[in-house]
Each structure stands twice: as structure tokens, then as C-alpha cells.
Ligand binder design. Structure first.
Ligand code: PMP
Length: 345
């Protein structure tokens, strides 16, 4: 987040100083059909830990250190679908903390191996149990946080440093990179930290600059409850799905729904198909949530054009494709799971 302004450009005193300032890149081949509108993507895989979650990992640790919750030699305990764990492991390695993580068992083996490679202890827990179940990855993390002496359990789902990190970095970067011209902001929703913190900054700065606020568009997964909760206050009937990193079966308090204008749902097949298209047609090798994000971003740009308006849509691409090579980037895996990758070419 902080460049070392006294040194040569792009030179940093340590790894965490290289977090943020990710590129904003225009889509070209996937958006050829658009006339006056453009879709831009923020490539969060360019963070040093490989995902958008580096931003919140650093912010939560800074807060814990300043409040005395994390002391020298302390242990960070967290429930993570992978990316927050990698960010925390990176910050912990740089500062000498120990990490203990719990993960749902649907997560890719590469993510678990990577966390272990960075020195973390990983507990794999069942996906298909309620959040309150003592076996769930949330409950196991909470228990380990109580049991391990000197442990700090940030809980990204309720931690206000999660949206704050995006208010302090993602939002200002997008405002600056678009020269304040952004008309629509699209982000997948897990903890809701990305959408809430970024939206708050963009809305405030539109107001300060006497501009119409950008429309804030959340992307949820089919099987999750977030869209239904937002649309009519019901929880629906959550079921498991394969795309990783977004959608929830509970309402995270890190999400500020009042800042969101609309939520769209995407299914596993749409996420996988669009992520593969992003790699093959734009040269951006990214995760499944990125596929969902650009699918909705392109829909939004098309809708604006139908309404006779020119949109500048910015979509967040949270992570890289590497952890998913053995999953939706693998044709055999797709066929075994009932998809027909040939029909997507
Ligand atoms: N996509 C991926 C790959 C993620 O790891 C996350 C974070 N869980 C998200 C999307 C959603 O981001 P947020 O938690 O800030 O809503």
C-alpha cells in the first residue's frame, strides 16, 4: 500500500509495502461488441501474496498490533478459503508470527499446500455442515483461538479492518485510476469487505466532487443466500457449489448492504466459462470468482448501452488462476463434474 517514496520507483523496504497499487486494465477482445462503453478490471493477482486479501491481512494485523491483541511471537488463527490465509501467512512471515488456519474441504489442494509452504498449520474441515456446527471451519477456528495461548483470531467476516483496508486503498486507487469517471463498480461478495469499503470511498468521493455516485453491483454465487437476503430479507435455501471465494450461507457483518444497489447471481458453469475466456482472450489467468465478476460486468455494460448510456465499468478480479489448474482449468475435471468444455470454446 505504501511505496517507499524515498527510494527508486517500484522499490520497497519489505514485502508488505508492495501490497496494493494493482493495475487497472481495459478489456478488449471480450468487449469488442460494446460501442461507447468500456469494462476495466483491477488485477488483484498482482499483489505480492497473489490476491486482493493481502490488503486486509495487513490492515487487520496493523490494527491488532496497535491494540496489543497480537504481541511478539504471537499466533494468528483464522478461518479462510485460502487467500486471506496466504496474505496473513505473508505478513506473519515478515513479522515473525505463527499461523494456524482452518479451511473448508472443498478448497483446492494447491491452496492448502501453499499455506503450508509459507509455514502455516492448516486444519481441513467439512464444507457441508452449518456454520454453528462444532466441526465447521468457523467454529474450529474460534475454538483454536480460545485454546492457543497468545492467539489472535481476527475473523475477517466481522472485522472492520476488512472493509477499512478497501476504503483506504482499493477505493482511492480506482478513483485515481479512472479519474473519477467510473460509472459502475462490480465485485464478488464473500465477506463483503471489498464491495463495502470500496463503495463507501467511491460514493463519498463522487459526492465531494459533485458527481453522480457509481452504481455498486455485487456478484453472488447460486447456492448462496446473499442475493435473496438483499432482495427480500429471506435466507433462501443455501446449497454447496464449486466456485471458490464468494457467496455465503450466513450474513457477514463486514458487509454494509446499504451501500449496494443491486446483486446478481452467477452459477459455477458461468464462472468457469468466463474465467477460461478471460485467460484465452485477454491473457489474464485468474480465479473462478473473476469469471463471475466479468460476466456481470459485461452484462451491466450491455444493459447501459441498451439504455443509450456509455458506461465505464470497473470489476475486481480477486486472484490468480494457478490454484485452480487441477479444477476448472482442467478439461477432465470439468467433464467429470458434468460440464462440456468444448461447448465453451
Ligand atoms: N473471490 C475470491 C477468490 C476470494 O478469495 C474472495 C474473498 N473470500 C472474494 C472473491 C470475495 O471478497 P470479499 O471477501 O472481500 O467479499
Amino acid at each position: 500500500m505504501a511505496d517507499d517514496s524515498t527510494g527508486p520507483p517500484n522499490t520497497y523496504p519489505d514485502i508488505v509495502s508492495a501490497i496494493g497499487n494493482t493495475p487497472l486494465i481495459r478489456l478488449n477482445r471480450l468487449s469488442e461488441h460494446l460501442q461507447a462503453s468500456s469494462v476495466w478490471v483491477k488485477l488483484e493477482r498482482c499483489n505480492p501474496g497473489g490476491s486482493i486479501k493481502d490488503r486486509i491481512a495487513l490492515q487487520m494485523v496493523l490494527e491488532a498490533e496497535s491494540n496489543g491483541l497480537l504481541e511478539e511471537g504471537g499466533t494468528i488463527v483464522e478461518a479462510t478459503s485460502g487467500n486471506t490465509g496466504i496474505g496473513l501467512a505473508m505478513v506473519a512471515a515478515q513479522r515473525g508470527y505463527r499461523c494456524v488456519f482452518t479451511m473448508p474441504d472443498k478448497m483446492s489442494k494447491e491452496k492448502i499446500d501453499l499455506l503450508r509452504a509459507m509455514g502455516a498449520e492448516v486444519h481441513v474441515c467439512p464444507t457441508a455442515v452449518d456454520k454453528e456446527d462444532p466441526r465447521s471451519y468457523y467454529e474450529v477456528a474460534a475454538r483454536l483461538g480460545r485454546e492457543i495461548p497468545g492467539a489472535w483470531y481476527p475473523d475477517q467476516y466481522s472485522h472492520q479492518s476488512n472493509p477499512l483496508a478497501h476504503y483506504l486503498s482499493t477505493g482511492p486507487e480506482i478513483w485515481q485510476q479512472t479519474g473519477g469517471k467510473i460509472t459502475h463498480f462490480v465485485a464478488t461478495m464473500g465477506t463483503g469487505g471489498t464491495i463495502s469499503g470500496t463503495a463507501r470511498f467511491l460514493r463519498e468521493h463522487a459526492e465531494i466532487n459533485d458527481k453522480a455516485p457509481p452504481r455498486i453491483i455485487g456478484v453472488d454465487a447460486v447456492g448462496s443466500i446473499l442475493k435473496e437476503w438483499f432482495d427480500d430479507g429471506t435466507m433462501g435455501d443455501p446449497h454447496t457449489y464449486q466456485v471458490e471465494g464468494f457467496g455465503e450461507d450466513f450474513i457477514p457483518s463486514a458487509t454494509d448492504f446499504a451501500l449496494i444497489d443491486e446483486i446478481h447471481q452467477v452459477d459455477d458453469g458461468e464462472c468457469f466459462q468466463w474465467a477460461r475466456a478471460l485467460a484465452k482472450k485477454e491473457g489474464m489467468f485468474c480465479g473462478g470468482s473473476c469469471g463471475g465478476s466479468i460476466k456481470v460486468a459485461l452484462d451491466i455494460a450491455e444493459r447501459a448501452e441498451e439504455e443509450g448510456r456509455a458506461a465505464m465499468v470497473v470489476a475486481i478480479l480477486p486472484d490468480a488462476g494457478n490454484p485452480y489448474l487441477s479444477k476448472f482449468y482442467n478439461d477432465d475435471w470439468l467433464r467429470e463434474n458434468g460440464w462440456n468444455p468444448e461447448s465453451w470454446e
